[in-house]
Design a protein around this ligand. Structure first.
Ligand SMILES: [Zn+2]
Length: 199
C-alpha cells in the first residue's frame, strides 16, 4: 500500500483544519490545488504569508480591518447610540449585510463555555463598560449565537450591564435554537434585528 508523499500529506493536514473539511474532502482539495499553475500557487502562498501583516482587529471594536486603515465599523457616519455585541468579527459582516443595522459593534472574541474552561473573565467586560460610559451609546443589542454558550453569555452580560444601569435588547425570537449567526439568512436576521426586544 503506497502512501502520499510527505509534503502532500502536510497540505492535507492543513486543509483538514478548516471547519467541515474531513479527510476525503481535504484529499480532494489537495489534488485540485496541485493542478493550479505555479504562479497561482505562488500568489496564494504569499497571500497567506502576508495575512498577519495586512489584517488586524480594530483596537476599539475588535472588527476585522486592513492594517493602518480607518475602521469602517467605528465610522462617525454610523448611529453612535447603538452598540451591537457579537461573538466574532465575522458576525459584523453578516449583520451589516442585512442593511437593517447601522450602529456600532463590540466583538467579544469569546463566549462563556464551562466545557472549554472559558469563564466570564474571558469576556473582558470591563473594556466594554468603559467604552459604553465614554461614548454616546444608549442601547446595547446582544446578537450572540442561539447556542448554549451564546445564551449563557447573553444572560451573564445582561445581568452585568443591568447592574451598571445600561439598557439591553436582544434579537427577536424566531432565530432557530442552536443556530450560529453566520448561517442565518439575511432576511431572518434582519427581522430579528428590527423586532429586537428588551432583555
Ligand atoms: Zn472599529
Amino acid at each position: 500500500m503506497s502512501t502520499y508523499p510527505k509534503n502532500f500529506l502536510l497540505l492535507i493536514e492543513y486543509l483538514k483544519k478548516l471547519p467541515g473539511v474531513g479527510k476525503r474532502s481535504a484529499e480532494r482539495f489537495a489534488f485540485e490545488i496541485l493542478n493550479w499553475d505555479p504562479s497561482s500557487l505562488s500568489s496564494f502562498g504569499s497571500l497567506l504569508k502576508d495575512l498577519p501583516s495586512k489584517l488586524t482587529n480594530c483596537e476599539n471594536c475588535g472588527c476585522l480591518i486592513e492594517k493602518n486603515a480607518n475602521c469602517d465599523f467605528c465610522s462617525s457616519a454610523r448611529n453612535q447610540n447603538l452598540l451591537c455585541i457579537i461573538a466574532s468579527p465575522k458576525d459584523a459582516f453578516a449583520i451589516d449585510q442585512t442593511n437593517a443595522y447601522n450602529g456600532l459593534y463590540h466583538v467579544l472574541g469569546n463566549l462563556i463555555s464551562p466545557l472549554e474552561g472559558k469563564s466570564a473573565e474571558a469576556l473582558n467586560l470591563e473594556k466594554l463598560i468603559k467604552r459604553i460610559h465614554s461614548s454616546e451609546i444608549k442601547e446595547i443589542i446582544l446578537a450572540l449565537d442561539s447556542t448554549l454558550e451564546g445564551d449563557a453569555t447573553s444572560l451573564y452580560i445582561n445581568e452585568h450591564l443591568k447592574k451598571n444601569h445600561i439598557k439591553v435588547s436582544k434579537l427577536a425570537l424566531g432565530l432557530p435554537i442552536g443556530s450560529n449567526l453566520e448561517y442565518i439568512d439575511p432576511s431572518t436576521l434582519s427581522q430579528a434585528l428590527v423586532g429586537r426586544q428588551s432583555f
